[in-house]
Ligand binder design. Structure first.
Ligand code: NAD
Length: 392
């Protein structure tokens, strides 16, 4: 009898698990439905560029219907309201509900505000194409406003959190703000662009040499770093830091951290600090018919430390989850998850970047890192397009 595979989320984990499941199961064997909040598959690793107006929306929001055309995979645009793994059902906002034989949870992560007073109400985020569009429109608006009023808060931009998201965004803004200023008759020298980081250093995943390179490259383009200073409160336009200083700004973009999906945490699957725990086959440890892909799961490496939630991990998890669902239905043996880490690349604006390649100790700076980052995006796009051609 035909099975129903329900996939929640059309990001890296969701899309790849759908394509992979379809590669292993014919349309007679299984119906596959992907439910996603928006009609597009979003290339969220490129959102910093959209937020600074350096790329068009169509390059980072790929219509799911078009991507999955001919694959016999149903796409439902809707927002999941409740997942009930005990009853094997999923309810959407608006009341529609779905039942499943196997479920893939690929709902990604959410912004973590760490309970900092006033932060959520007074900040923008960078988790989706919609967020990135909001940031760009807001930045342009503030510069336009500053050209009229000379209100210093409108010329002050604060990024909260110096992880990869915050640094990539600040690099892009450093490159694009001069042009936006020029267009609006504003002197770029009037602009303050801050990156606030609670820890002593930005990007601790990189070597001291690469961190120094990133810092000096961004400082040369006008970024002011405030490190070792946590944001402790936000009151309207006033951002308070740990040492008591305040910054008056009309623009705070919060990139200070992520947490698992609340829907997954409340679904009934076993979780560890809000992220679903999985076995070596990427099955929920509590519900074997539920598979996990991407940030909403926690996967522990051999040293017992959780892997960071990244796109490359979500992609690999999705492919394996799809294949393992087929094995689960067919009663054949499932494969274990052995992620391959190609390394970490951080763009520092249009032309600069840093990167470390896979466990090889090789480090990249400048154009090679920047090109490698672009190539890794192109590789992903080629990969998903390649899979499309394998239609049943
Ligand atoms: P993150 O958790 O990696 O970084 C958040 C930063 O904010 C940390 O450095 C933290 O110390 C800082 N912070 C936390 N509270 C703060 C406070 N109160 N005030 C000031 N700073 C504060 O989050 P992220 O950068 O969004 O990354 C999330 C995940 O996505 C990571 O696993 C990352 O590797 C991945 N990612 C990868 C890429 C890439 O590969 N190029 C790009 C973006 C994100």
């Amino acid at each position: 009898m035909s099975k129903h595979i329900l996939i929640l989320g059309g990001g890296y984990g969701g899309l790849l698990s759908a394509l992979s499941a379809r590669e292993h199961l014919s349309a007679e064997e299984a119906t596959i439905t992907v439910i996603n909040r928006v009609p597009s598959h979003q290339i969220i690793t490129e959102l910093h560029r959209l937020a600074a107006g350096n790329v068009e929306e169509k390059a980072v929001a790929l219509p799911l219907e078009k991507l999955l055309k001919g694959k016999q995979i149903n796409v439902k645009v809707g927002t999941v309201q409740k997942i009930d793994v005990a009853g094997r059902s999923v309810k959407l906002e608006g009341g529609e509900s779905y039942r499943y034989d196997s479920l893939v949870l690929a709902l990604g992560s959410e912004t973590n505000y760490f309970g900092i007073p006033g932060l959520q109400e007074n900040s923008l985020t960078l988790k989706s194409v919609q967020d990135a569009n909001r940031v760009y429109a807001h930045v342009e608006d503030r510069i336009r406003e500053y050209s009229k009023t000379k209100n210093k808060a409108d010329a002050t931009f604060v990024i909260g959190g110096g992880g990869l998201t915050g640094v990539e965004l600040v690099g892009e803004l450093a490159d694009e703000l001069p042009g936006i200023c020029r267009k609006n008759g504003v002197d770029f020298a009037d602009i303050s662009l801050y990156l606030v980081e609670a820890m002593p250093s930005i990007l601790p995943i990189f070597s001291a040499d690469l961190i120094a390179r990133a810092t000096s490259s961004l400082e040369q383009r006008g970024v002011k770093f405030l490190t070792g200073l946590a944001i402790t409160e936000v009151n309207g336009s006033v951002v308070s830091l740990k040492d008591g200083q305040t910054i008056d700004t009309s623009t705070l973009v919060w990139t200070g951290g992520v947490q698992g999906s609340t829907l997954v945490a409340e679904s009934g699957v076993e979780v560890n600090r809000g992220r679903a725990t999985v076995n070596e086959f990427l099955q929920s440890v509590s519900h074997p018919e539920v598979f996990l892909a991407g940030d909403c799961a926690v996967v522990f490496g051999p040293e017992g430390r959780p892997y960071p939630p990244t796109a490359q991990l979500a992609w690999q998890m999705g492919e394996l989850a799809g294949a393992n669902i087929a094995a689960f239905f067919n009663g054949s043996s499932m494969d274990t998850f052995n992620p391959v880490f190609s390394g970490t690349l951080a763009s520092l604006g249009r032309k600069d970047g840093i990167g470390s390649i896979g466990g090889s100790g090789i480090e990249l700076k400048g154009t090679p890192a920047s090109l490698m980052k672009k190539a890794s995006n192109a590789r992903y796009l080629a990969h998903i397009n390649g899979l499309f051609s394998l239609a049943y």
